[in-house]
Design a protein around this ligand. Sequence first.
Ligand code: SF4
Ligand code: SF4
Length: 449
Amino acid sequence: MKIAIDKNNVVYSIPDKHIENEVNEYINRSINFLNDKERLMKAKSLILVEKSTKKVIFELSMIHNQHFYPLSILDYANVMLKKMKGEISNFPIMSLDSHDYNFCDFNCKDCLAVDTRKWAKDNLNFTNFDINHYKKVLKEIARYSKKRGLDSLRFEMSGEGNPDMYPYREELIKYAKEECNMRCVYISSGSRLNEKTIDALAKYAYYVRISFPGVCNEAYSKYSIQKNKNQEFTYDDAMNLIQKLVDKRKEYGREGELMIGARTCMRPENVGEYIKTAKRLGEIGADSFQIVKILVPEGEEIEKYKLNKEAVLELKQLNENYKKYGLMHIQVPGKLDYMYYDRKLDDNYKPSQCYSSLVSPILYGPNLVICTHWEKIKDIKDSHYGKLLGKEQELEEIIDGENGCRIRKCVPEKCSSCCSIYDNQVMDLIRAQLSILNDLNDVEFMLTY
Ligand code: SF4
Ligand code: SF4
């Protein structure tokens, strides 16, 4: 039986297209046993309920829990509702992706950061982010979002280089949590994580995802292309690091909120190793495993990279059995056709607006940019909100001022493809549903299980 939980933690059953008050006490009790992480990760769909009639007027099942964690689709839906009710003047920044460090110890095949890194150095004079400047910028972003109804935004440190190598990482994570009430998400290979940063992550972060260039020692070495062959960081080292993070998380009693996971992209050498890796992750107490397609390299024909039968079979099996292997969440590509992904395929599905440029802009060093798309990062005139100095109230002008509005007018029409296509489509869908309702005070979004 499907159930839903409202904002006051009341549990309802959903016998058909409406909610009912009664659920038996066993269901009630088992729902109340779920910790915060399980509540977000086990949700099956988002529903919109008309409170007076108890009718379910809209349901969305593509809710990508791992993608939004530690926020969820419910936060995005509620922000849209607040905006349409006129309770907030503009959207808050909900997820901030920060590209703050520009060097890497790996030279991965198909790394997307190689060109942008060089470009940023030449055009933005950006190689590093001064810690005091960085802290002021975070403070200002937290203030801006809080004023627009979001107390605790998702702060993702990833991209462009190896974030482990940023010398102030531990201090920054602590500051983001304690002074800005941000929920930190950390994405790296983990090859250069020191003990202090591991400790800070276990204590303050909400999601740590370790990237695997390959899911066995051979593939890891082949695709990470590390300079110093004698001191290579290996697949086994990465697994040991995850074990250490899991142990530290236990020490701090944060199993209920910190998600620890791994991610890899599809490679021929990974076939036959995905399930073994999932089992190993499950055994050591990790929560999630993502297998993704990366962007097809420039000039390459995607048709050359068809997935073979063994890969398809293994990934399907993994998708069905991940709970048996001890994992809470798995993500494999919806279409098991090619090893790579061609963004141009999505051009037909362009959203009507780019919400992403408001709710999830990126910090590129101190520069606030509308999205992570490579073309946008390079387009200073029409994609950069501006350089943040960390001054109080500067974001009102940067985002909501004339220039911010002007650059958002160019998108998505002028985008050749979209790196946040799903987020934009979902926001569009939610807005469309709300726009046809007479009384926005008579509706509530809920997650179902
Ligand atoms: S770890 Fe990431 S940034 Fe570094 S080379 Fe590999 S893909 Fe590029
Ligand atoms: S590619 Fe265009 S539409 Fe997509 S997130 Fe970037 S600016 Fe928005």
